[in-house]
Write a protein that binds this ligand. Structure first.
Ligand SMILES: [Zn+2]
Length: 196
C-alpha cells in the first residue's frame, strides 16, 4: 500500500529533488508548482500527506493550508510546511492554521524531509482510525495446531465460536508489517472502520 504525498513547491529544481527522493522511498508522488494547482489536485485527490511550501505564487501556502483544514474531506490529512528560513512568525501562523509540522527549507536535506514524512505518517496512523483486517484460519497445517494448543485461541471462551485473526498494520515499518491477535467475530464489535 503506497502512501500518496502531494508536494507543493514552486522551484522546479527543489521539486524534482524531493520528488526523486520520495519515489525512491516508494511513495506515490503528486506535484503542484503553485497553490492554485494544489487546490485543483485536492479537489479530486485525497493524499495521505501534503508537503507545502508557504511562499508560492498567486495562491500562497497559507491559503492552501486554510482550505485543507476547513474541508471535512481533507482536514485530517497531515500537512508539513516548508518555511524558507524558519522565521518564527511564519511557523507560528502555519501551526495555528493546523499544520502538523514544519521543515526549514534552507537547511533540510531530502533525507530529513523523508524522515519527517515517515514520522508524521506513523503518528497520524496511530492517532487516527487504523484499519484492521479479520482473517479466518482455514488450514490445519504448519504451526496452526501448536498455536491453538499453546495459546488456546482456536475457540472463543465466551461463545465457543471459531476465533479469527485480526491484523493491524504497523506503518512505522518499511515493508508490510502487522501486529496480530485473535478475536471472536460473533462476540466482538466490527473491526475499526477503514480510513476512506
Ligand atoms: Zn464469541
Amino acid at each position: 500500500m503506497k502512501k500518496k504525498v502531494l508536494l507543493v513547491e514552486d522551484t522546479a529544481t527543489i521539486r524534482q529533488m524531493y520528488k526523486g527522493k520520495l519515489l525512491l522511498e516508494q511513495f506515490e508522488v503528486l506535484t503542484a508548482d503553485h497553490g492554485g494547482e494544489a487546490l485543483q489536485i485536492l479537489a479530486r485527490e485525497r493524499p495521505d500527506l501534503i508537503l507545502l511550501d508557504l511562499m508560492l505564487p498567486v495562491v500562497d501556502g497559507f491559503k492552501v493550508l486554510q482550505v485543507v483544514k476547513t474541508d471535512p474531506r481533507l482536514q485530517e490529512v497531515p500537512v508539513i510546511v516548508f518555511s524558507a528560513k524558519g522565521q518564527p512568525e511564519e511557523i507560528e501562523k502555519a501551526m495555528k492554521l493546523g499544520a502538523t509540522d514544519f521543515l526549514i527549507k534552507s537547511v533540510s536535506k531530502p533525507k530529513d524531509v523523508v524522515d519527517k514524512i515517515k514520522k508524521v505518517l506513523a503518528e497520524t496512523t496511530v492517532k487516527g482510525s487504523a484499519p484492521a483486517y479479520r482473517v479466518a484460519i482455514q488450514e490445519e497445517g504448519l504451526d496452526i495446531q501448536s498455536l491453538f494448543r499453546d495459546f488456546a485461541v482456536a475457540r472463543c471462551p465466551r461463545c465457543g465460536g471459531r476465533q479469527v485473526l485480526e491484523l493491524v498494520p504497523d506503518f512505522t515499518q518499511a515493508s508490510p508489517w502487522f501486529s496480530a491477535h485473535f478475536v471472536c467475530h460473533s462476540c466482538l464489535p466490527a473491526a475499526p472502520s477503514r480510513a476512506s
